[in-house]
Write a protein that binds this ligand. Structure first.
Ligand SMILES: Nc1ncnc2c1ncn2[C@@H]1O[C@H](COP(=O)(O)OP(=O)(O)OP(=O)(O)O)[C@@H](O)[C@H]1O
Ligand SMILES: [Mg+2]
Length: 219
């Protein structure tokens, strides 16, 4: 399996009159966002955009709400997202093709969601959505899978995944000790949970088929 095979498979999901939604999942740092950005970039090329990227990350609860819930130190866990809101947006993407549908983005420096950041135009026949919990069966997450045409699971060597995550936390301002502590603590609990959903994926994407990030990265 190569990245080109993945591009062809993604493109083939789109059909006239049906907006397809491709889900990409995998553990924290496995390369979901990079794969989604590259698929969207390559399929759109220089033409009018017909593929949109809608990350699950936009449905992070804001810090004010996490403080109220006493869950700020578990940011990234399944109950620190608005799963029902995410499922509802995916349903709207399926049902509303005549107007722009706005999705929230996630601002990595502030680590906060940002409403209205991502316009999905009527011309988008394929939406690529990506995040940790697309295949969870608990609570509102179960409604997410029901909206997805297909779900791919990114499999990256565990050591490499952890190395990249630590690097990224440092890049966004954590010192090395806190980056390692976060990755082996909070992130790892989430990674273990995501790993239990692997069997439910339609396609396992090996690390060798995962593309390199765009430079400069889009997010
Ligand atoms: N092929 C690659 N080679 C080197 N670094 C990579 C590669 N792909 C992704 N990365 C880097 O690894 C980190 C994690 O990748 P990415 O953000 O795509 O993963 P993710 O699964 O979306 O993570 P998260 O669950 O935290 O959102 C990023 O800093 C990214 O730039
Ligand atoms: Mg990501």
């Amino acid at each position: 399996m190569t990245f080109d095979d993945l591009l062809q498979r993604a493109a083939s999901l789109a059909r006239p009159g049906h907006r397809a939604i491709l889900g990409i999942t995998g553990s924290p740092g496995a390369g979901k966002t990079t794969l989604a950005e590259r698929v969207v970039r390559e399929l759109n090329g220089d033409g009018p955009p017909w593929v949109a990227h809608v990350p699950m990350d936009g449905f992070h609860l804001a810090d004010v709400e996490l403080d109220r819930l006493g869950r700020r130190d578990r940011k990234g866990a399944p109950d620190t997202f608005d799963a029902a809101g995410y499922a509802a947006l995916l349903r709207r993407l399926h049902e509303e093709h005549e107007e722009i549908v706005y999705a929230p983005g996630f601002e990595r420096v502030l680590e906060q969601p940002l409403a209205g950041a991502i316009p999905v135009p009527p011309t988008a026949g394929l939406v690529v959505t990506e995040g940790n919990y697309l295949l969870l069966e608990s609570g509102a997450w179960a409604r997410v899978r029901a909206q997805l045409d297909e779900v791919w699971f990114c499999e990256l060597d565990e050591q490499e995944r952890i190395r990249r995550l630590v690097d990224r936390h440092e890049e966004f301002g954590k010192d090395q000790d806190s980056a390692v502590a976060w990755v082996l603590g909070t992130d790892q609990r989430n990674a273990d949970l995501v790993a239990t959903t692997r069997e439910r994926a339609d396609l396992l994407v090996p690390g060798t088929a995962l593309p390199e990030p765009l430079t400069p990265p889009l997010s």
